[in-house]
Every structure is written in structure tokens, then in C-alpha cells.
Design a protein around this ligand. Structure first.
Ligand SMILES: [Zn+2]
Ligand SMILES: [Zn+2]
Length: 224
């Protein structure tokens, strides 16, 4: 669906996948594995675009519900894949993806059998404050070591990945069982609470379509 002119969200791919339309297309996250066709169908049917119109695929972090179709989309489009340097090894296959502990670890290991992930070599390794596709990369570690947010000044949007989610109108931190370091998550939320932005688009839940930075500041205060 079109969120605002020039910014779309592909429904039903689980980790939210956003498309920004500029000279070419920028994808932010790619959803769970096995959703490539759904994303390509959206490109064709809604945007009247072809896969090679995708210029860059930026992953907010390595988790499978965000990187799940990165290989297939890269393969069909020739787009460049960008991810923070600290998460790059997980998608290239150099570092095994750690799962959560306990019962969730068991569920995760079954999940991995059904959702096959193909490693992909990133073309661009991002760092804090880097510019990419007209946006600024903000390193917000905690959920994963290389989690990032992306600020797009053209649309006044902050893409926050899994660092914050908007569930039923309430902002939430990511679940601790799926996050590497919750103290770092809180520090990262405080970091983005210093920014000004109107719209917040997160990896899960629904968009915050206005005054988003005010809501993030209130949320950040509640975590202290
Ligand atoms: Zn996620
Ligand atoms: Zn995640």
C-alpha cells in the first residue's frame, strides 16, 4: 500500500518491507524467506516497475524476518545490498546466526528448516552517520550489534527497524528474547529520541504518520 506518495509498504511479508521511489527504487528490508515473489508482484502490479529498477536494498539488521529475501531480490535485480558492518557477517554466512535460548531456540531451529535462508554478500558496509540513497544511517545497536535506523530528509521519515515498534498505537522496545543487549537498545532509543522526524516506520506494527519524534521522546523518557 502507498503510505505517502513515493513511499510504499508491501503487506504480508512479516518483517515490514518498505519501498522508496526516487530515480530508482530503494528497498528497506525484505521480509521473511519465501516472500520474494510477493515483493516482485507488488513492484510489477502496483508500481509498474521491473526488478532491475531496484537500485539498493538496505537491511536494518540481519534477522531472517528482514533479510529473508535479500539473496533472491539481489539475484533478480542486480541491486546493491547494504547493511551495517557489524551485522554483515551474518548475512554473508561467515558468522552463524545465533538463535534465542530456551524454548524459543527450539522453535527457531524448526523455523529455519522451513524458511531457508540463502546467504548474500553485502556490497555496502554501513557505519554510523554514513549517507546512503539520500538517507543518513544511524547506528542503533542492541537488538543486534549492527541494527540501524535510516533518516530520510525528503519525506521526514525515520525507519527504525526493530529498535522500536508501534503496536496498537503504543511504542514498544523489541522483545528481550530476540534482542542481544537490552541496555544497548535503551541507549539507542535515547539516541534517536534526540532527532526530529515526522513519520516513523518500524519493522513490525503500524506506521506512526505524524509527530513521531514527540512520541519517541515520551517513550524514551518512560524507559529511564
Ligand atoms: Zn523483526
Ligand atoms: Zn529483529
Amino acid at each position: 500500500m502507498e503510505l505517502i506518495p513515493g513511499v510504499h509498504q508491501v503487506d504480508g511479508v512479516v518483517g515490514n518491507c518498505y519501498i522508496i521511489i526516487g530515480d530508482g527504487l530503494i528497498l528497506i528490508d525484505t521480509g521473511l524467506p519465501n516472500k520474494t515473489q510477493k515483493i516482485l508482484d507488488y513492484l510489477k502490479n502496483t508500481l509498474d516497475c521491473i526488478p532491475s529498477d531496484i537500485e539498493t536494498i538496505i537491511l536494518t539488521h540481519y534477522h531472517l524476518d528482514h533479510s529473508g529475501n535479500a539473496y533472491e531480490l539481489w539475484d533478480s535485480s542486480g541491486a546493491k545490498i547494504a547493511i551495517h558492518a557489524d551485522d554483515a557477517g551474518y548475512i554473508s554466512g561467515e558468522v552463524p546466526m545465533p538463535g534465542p535460548g530456551g524454548i524459543w531456540g527450539l522453535i527457531y531451529s524448526i523455523f529455519k528448516i522451513f524458511f531457508k535462508f540463502k546467504p548474500v554478500q553485502p556490497d555496502i558496509l554501513l557505519h554510523d552517520n554514513d549517507k546512503i540513497a539520500g538517507m543518513t544511517c544511524i547506528h542503533t545497536p542492541g537488538h543486534t550489534p549492527g541494527s540501524i535506523c535510516l533518516y530520510d530528509p525528503k519525506f521526514d521519515i525515520l525507519f527504525v527497524g526493530d529498535t522500536i515498534r508501534n503496536i496498537d498505537g503504543h511504542l514498544e522496545a523489541p522483545p528481550a528474547k530476540f534482542s542481544r543487549n537490552m541496555d544497548q537498545v535503551k541507549q539507542s532509543i535515547q539516541k534517536i529520541a534526540k532527532l526530529d522526524f515526522n513519520i516513523m516506520l518500524s519493522g513490525h506494527g503500524t506506521p506512526v504518520m505524524r509527530d513521531a519524534s514527540i512520541k519517541v521522546r515520551e517513550f524514551s523518557e518512560s524507559l529511564k
